[in-house]
Design a protein around this ligand. Structure first.
Ligand SMILES: [Zn+2]
Ligand SMILES: [Zn+2]
Length: 68
């Protein structure tokens, strides 16, 4: 890829990945292959941090619609 420069996290290792979310270049150590995100972003995955496009919380269970 055309990723050149240093990791934006540690700024000491050569970046070899680009975060899918923030677009920053990060080194292998600070890139989460499972998510394709930098550790900064992958740490927020699943934990709604008010960043929109999140997953809706459970939509079932003790339905509050079952009032009969
Ligand atoms: Zn790094
Ligand atoms: Zn990121």
């Amino acid at each position: 890829m055309s990723v050149s420069g240093l990791c934006h996290v540690c700024e000491s290792a050569e970046a070899s990945h680009t975060c899918d979310q923030c677009g920053r270049a990060v080194c292998d150590q600070h890139h989460d292959d499972a998510f394709g995100l930098c550790l900064d972003c992958s740490a927020g995955v699943g934990r709604g941090s008010g960043s929109g496009t999140g997953e809706e919380p459970g939509h079932n269970d003790t339905g509050d619609n079952v009032r009969f």
